[in-house]
Design a protein around this ligand. Structure first.
Ligand SMILES: Nc1ncnc2c1ncn2[C@@H]1O[C@H](COP(=O)(O)OP(=O)(O)OP(=O)(O)O)[C@@H](O)[C@H]1O
Ligand SMILES: [Mg+2]
Length: 419
């Protein structure tokens, strides 16, 4: 079951809401509604957020992000549609139940920190527990623990105005964490911070998430932040969802022109990974086969090498055409002694930006192996270069010189004649 499920949620500001909702269902755009005198801040939005996921809602100013997130914890009531948290529709809840929901299940981190200036860092971090009447010693201990988590050990007795913006937001995060709710809502939580600090906070959030595995809805108008943090990203425009998908899906398969234009300037080499550019492995031979089979595969594939895999497709190394052909001539029938290592496989989640060097340094396609060492793809240099061509963004690419040695791979010397 998803932790959060929003179904056909709309929020309309202004009168004539019934008529506005009808228009929204018919697909009316924001301008048409504005002419009626209503603002459709959120228009027929549906999505699910799964356990342990960072779900990013991304959109320009006024696209309805804050309105949407405030409906997820009951601070705003939808004009239409339902919002379920752990299967329970919160739009039917009363004030008391909603307060409990916010205390026990759903915490929020705000853009402008919202710290109490007259309370110490420790007291601020303990605030969420105070509202739940947790005994003092216990809540201060909890708060201390989470201040430690966000790197603020030693700052407990200071006041917010003695802290930098980044540190104040760390307090905000510690406060949300010490409530120990498993759902976190973050509305532009890092937007007020300098770029460097912002990046640090993104790292902190990813670290914490690796450790704590919360379910997070993170709002931002910064596409790079969205792509960096989001397991999935929902692109919002004028209150409507344009697309929901992983960063890769949105970059490689934008749902419409708006999304395509929006993502045109993203540094794809940082977002796309080996998985999305790799080719199916070719020239693969069985470690238990003999040199004759290897030579046949190389001839068929017109290569001067073949990747060697075990029966369960683990990469064992590589075998080259000339020694294999020699072994055939010598009448040998195993690959013993012919399999060479040094193939330097990469993980499928390696960003494309980190593939340039391995591809430049390796005369062979770079193999991609999964967690179990299974060969799942290969990245020849030309494939990487072609992928970059489509990306239209080679800003971070080091110079990769074309190999000037003889084109071995297309003329497998000795293979055809001798085998
Ligand atoms: N209480 C309200 N009454 C009337 N209109 C509102 C109200 N709250 C929001 N709106 C309007 O709804 C639309 C969406 O606003 P919202 O604050 O959700 O956008 P946002 O994506 O969070 O923008 P930002 O990036 O600037 O924070 C805007 O046109 C806004 O003016
Ligand atoms: Mg907002």
């Amino acid at each position: 079951m998803p932790r959060i499920r929003a179904q056909h949620v709309s929020k309309v500001f202004g009168r004539r809401s019934a008529e506005a909702l009808r228009k929204i269902r018919q697909g009316a755009d924001a301008d048409e509604l504005r002419r009626m005198g209503v603002t459709a801040a959120v228009a027929d939005v549906s999505f699910e957020v799964n356990e342990g996921e960072i779900f990013v809602v991304m959109g320009l100013s006024g696209s309805g992000k804050s309105t949407l997130i405030r409906m997820l914890n009951g601070l705003l009531e939808p004009t239409a549609g339902s919002i379920e948290i752990d299967g329970v529709d919160i739009t039917a809840m009363g004030g008391k139940e909603l307060r409990r929901l916010r205390q026990e299940k759903v915490s929020m981190v705000f853009q402008h920190f919202a710290l109490f200036p007259h309370r110490t860092v420790l007291e601020n971090a303990a605030y969420a527990l105070e509202t739940r009447n947790v005994p003092k010693q216990e809540r201060l201990a909890k708060a201390r623990e989470f201040l430690n988590h966000v790197g603020l050990a030693g700052w407990e007795d200071r006041y917010p105005d003695q802290l930098s913006g980044g540190m104040q937001q760390r307090v905000g995060i510690a406060r949300a964490l010490s409530a120990e709710t498993d759902i976190l809502l973050m509305d532009e939580a890092f937007s007020a911070l300098d770029p460097m600090i912002r990046r640090e906070m993104q790292d902190l959030l990813l670290d914490l998430q690796g450790e704590l595995g919360k379910t997070i809805v993170f709002i931002t108008h910064d596409l790079n932040e969205a792509m960096r943090l989001g397991d999935r990203v929902a692109m919002l425009r004028h209150g409507r969802v344009m697309q929901i998908g992983t960063a890769e899906e949105i970059l490689t398969d934008p749902a419409n022109d708006y999304v395509a234009q929006f993502v045109a300037d993203v540094d794809r080499t940082r977002v796309l990974t080996a998985r999305s550019v790799m080719d199916k492995p070719i020239a693969v031979v069985d470690a238990n086969g003999g040199p004759r089979a290897a030579v046949r595969v190389m001839r068929e594939q017109q290569t001067s090498f073949a990747f060697v895999v075990t029966r369960d497709r683990r990469l064992a190394g590589v075998v080259f055409a000339e020694p294999a052909a020699k072994a055939v001539r010598a009448g040998r029938n195993t690959l013993d002694g012919l399999v060479e290592g040094g193939t330097h496989p990469v993980d499928p989640d390696t960003p494309v930006a980190d593939l340039f060097l391995p591809c430049a340094e390796s005369p062979l396609p770079v193999p991609v192996t999964d967690r179990n060492g299974k060969l799942i793809g290969v990245i020849p240099r030309v494939t990487l270069l072609a992928a970059l061509g489509h990306m239209g963004n080679t800003g971070e690419m080091p110079v990769v010189r074309e190999d000037t040695s003889p084109p071995e791979e297309t003329t497998p010397r000795g293979v055809t004649a001798d085998a």
